[in-house]
Design a protein around this ligand. Structure first.
Ligand code: GLV
Ligand code: MN
Ligand code: MN
Length: 370
């Protein structure tokens, strides 16, 4: 960031910000940002390319002695991916004023507290509220990201102008049964927490497969912890992370209720104890059609191969949309793979995406009356 001529600082939520001051200081800043944290065993491109694209745009402006009307801020948002503290998009939640005291008090498995960890990374949980932005205080939040799915590659396109981003409901489910001997306890007398949890997993699969269009709704259990996790003991407890995603806010509510009901029925039928907590919900976001069109034009200047696309992945934009207009550009993911070691995007596509992002910034700047 410094080499690209940016002045660099962190806000109280540890978001890393590089600023290039614009000509007209009364204008609100244009933001370009993404994240540099990753998921387990993946994520070399997920997030990172968006931060690097922003820095590259700052470098191009510097090298060409171009001063925008607006101040440009390149942001590496704190902890976008799910954290050890069960919540994701930590930095952008703070910017949206959605990081509550309860969230700051969350502990990870080792007993570390989220608020203190933010401080360790350069933020300050005591003054965290200062990170929150008012509505209208940012001109637009832009992000370049990998698609993380197969749509662009299948269509032979290089760029996607994002029209909407899914909403997500997360559930932390604890199923409690009773540990017993795996050889001597008759099948009719068991309180098997894992067998109950398995039924809940299949219930989620069924509930989220109800829609004919598979891309419009998905449900996943990505994590399960079983106790005591021994081959010859009937599991006494299972803890699972469930999530449901769709672009349709109403459907998200309906499916969440169906899932909750199914869990309660399964637990009651099996005499298991159920604790079901909902973790910070994310609502679907629709990009303003005027912005989608502006971005499509900016993409067309960089390549003929572009289309509109919906995002099945969640992004910081879901939070940022609470206080500013948003826009996103996608580049293809090879074989649609992401959140795995095979995640890859051709550097030429990233360069074309970066060019489209620069075109977007220049167009927004041009439309601002001097
Ligand atoms: C972010 O990576 C997500 O889970 O969509
Ligand atoms: Mn990710
Ligand atoms: Mn990401």
């Amino acid at each position: 960031m410094k080499q690209a001529g940016l002045s660099v600082f962190q806000d109280t939520a540890a978001n890393l910000i590089g600023r290039r001051t614009g000509r007209n200081r009364r204008l609100t800043p244009i933001w370009i940002g993404s994240h540099t944290d990753t998921v387990k065993n993946g994520g070399r491109f997920d997030g990172t390319i968006g931060v690097i694209a922003g820095i590259e745009i700052a470098r191009v402006l510097k090298d060409n002695h171009l001063i925008l009307e607006h101040t440009l801020e390149i942001i590496d948002y704190t902890a976008e991916e799910p954290t050890e503290f069960e919540i994701s998009t930590v930095g952008s939640k703070a910017l949206a004023g959605n990081l509550s005291d309860d969230m700051l008090a969350l502990k990870d498995g080792g007993g570390r507290i989220l608020g203190e960890t933010i401080r360790e990374y350069g933020g300050d949980s005591d003054t965290l509220l200062q990170a929150a932005r008012n509505k209208g205080s940012v001109k637009i939040c832009l992000e370049l990201h990998i698609e993380q799915g197969p749509v662009l590659e299948t269509a032979g396109n290089i760029l996607g102008a994002v029209s909407g981003i899914v909403g997500i409901r997360h559930f932390l489910v604890k199923v409690k049964g009773r540990a017993d001997h795996a050889g001597t306890t008759p099948m009719t007398q068991r309180l098997d927490a894992l067998a109950g949890a398995a039924e809940m997993i299949l219930a989620l699969e069924k509930i989220s497969s109800r829609r004919p269009d598979p891309a419009s709704c998905v449900g996943t259990v990505g994590r399960i912890t079983v106790s005591p996790n021994a081959a010859n003991i009937i599991p006494s407890s299972a803890e699972l992370n469930f999530e449901i995603r769709t672009l349709d806010g109403q459907l998200l509510e309906t499916l969440s209720s169906s899932f909750t009901l199914a869990c309660r029925d399964i637990a009651a039928r099996r005499d298991l104890t159920l604790e079901l907590a909902t973790l910070s919900p994310t609502d679907p976001v629709f990009v303003d059609p005027g912005i989608v069109n502006l971005i499509k034009k900016a993409c067309t200047l960089a390549t003929d191969h572009c289309q509109e696309i919906a995002s099945g992945a969640g992004h910081d934009i879901n939070q940022l949309a609470c206080f500013a207009p948003v826009g996103m550009i996608f580049v293809p993911s090879r074989k649609g793979r992401s959140h795995c070691p095979e995640e890859y995007t051709d550097p030429r596509s990233i360069a074309i995406g970066t060019e489209a992002l620069l075109n977007t910034v220049l167009e927004i700047n041009k439309r601002t009356p001097a």
